[in-house]
Write a protein that binds this ligand. Structure first.
Ligand SMILES: [Zn+2]
Length: 320
């Protein structure tokens, strides 16, 4: 059987774009739509399903975010100037609606996967892993990954969700806001926090209270390449073996590839190929193929295309 993959595809996904000269702008996704999607749609017409972006409702955002913070974003979105955090995440006109589209699109894929309308999903503009319950951070306004996790546990009533994050930056929003939550299993490979934003993600952090042992951080030093990534990945697989997730989310940031202007890691797109192939297999074995991939970061435009091509082609073909 071949896998059906829902990919968020539509101009509303381009609304999440910071002002000029900011590294996180919609040309990343626009180029994916122009240079990658048409080929896949042509060659896999029965397998690639273009899914229109959708707005999240405010109550969905409130599954995770604090009401005061949501109001703050609304206001800054009308003003259209200033910063949402201490200087990485500028407000822009309509940033509230743009963020609702990111969240709504991720949730739409979650629902389609749960209803078996698609096997797997990919939201290229999703994976805004630095946003916290009460604040923006690192180009992230609303944390679609965290909201999806809350939705899966509280609305879909799943017992356990696995979140894996290979973005070069530590996924601090997801990691710390679920640190004491034993139903959220987290594994995160990233560049060492002493050398990169957000400065977190150390290996002694394993989850708190009854959640101890449900979290795994693997920091790598700048210069680490595919070899170090594969070694780290093997540890992730050993760790995952202890659990029985009912849904898997992968934040597949492409900023760990050599040549990224913001980070010092040196992977090739083989890292993405490996991560997606292996998690694809785990998802088929553990949870009926429920696997959602979020695009995350990546600021070298060519690298983003290379990594996302690998993501898509490895979601389409069942692992052997
Ligand atoms: Zn990143």
């Amino acid at each position: 059987m071949k896998c059906r993959v829902g990919v968020i595809y539509g101009e509303e996904a381009l609304l999440y774009s910071f002002p000029e000269f900011h590294p996180f702008r919609s040309d990343r996704v626009e180029r994916f739509y122009r240079e990658v999607m048409p080929t896949f749609l042509k060659h896999y017409p029965d397998q690639v399903i273009a899914v229109k972006p959708e707005l999240a409702s405010e109550s969905e955002v409130l599954l995770y975010h604090d009401p005061d913070y949501v109001d703050f974003v609304k206001k800054k979105s009308q003003d259209g100037y200033g910063y949402l955090d201490y200087g990485d995440t500028p407000a822009f006109k309509g940033c509230y609606e743009a963020s609702l589209h990111v969240v709504g699109s991720t949730l739409k894929l979650v629902r389609m996967i749960m209803r078996k309308e698609i096997d797997h999903g990919f939201n290229p503009v999703g994976g805004l892993h630095h946003a916290r319950r009460d604040r923006a951070g690192g180009f992230c306004i609303f944390n679609d990954a965290s909201i999806a996790i809350k939705y899966l546990l509280e609305v879909a009533k799943l017992k356990q969700v696995l979140y894996v994050d290979i973005d070069a930056h530590h996924g601090d929003g997801v990691f710390y806001d679920f640190y004491f939550e034993k139903n959220v299993i987290i594994a995160d490979i990233h560049q060492d926090g002493r050398t990169l934003y957000p400065g977190t993600g150390f290996s002694h952090e394993r989850g708190g209270g009854e959640a101890e042992g449900t979290k795994l951080n693997i920091p790598l030093m700048p210069g680490a390449g595919d070899e170090e990534f594969m070694e780290a990945w093997n540890k992730i697989e050993e760790f995952i073996d202890n659990f029985s997730p009912e849904f898997i989310i992968l934040q597949a940031g492409a900023d760990g590839l050599a040549g990224d202007p913001l980070t010092g890691l040196m992977y090739t797109e083989k890292a993405h190929e490996h991560a997606v192939t292996r998690l694809h297999k785990v998802s088929e074995e553990e949870c009926d193929g429920r696997l959602l991939v979020l695009g995350g970061g990546g600021y070298n435009r060519e690298n983003v295309l290379k990594a996302w091509r690998k993501v898509l082609s490895n979601l389409l073909n069942p692992p052997v």
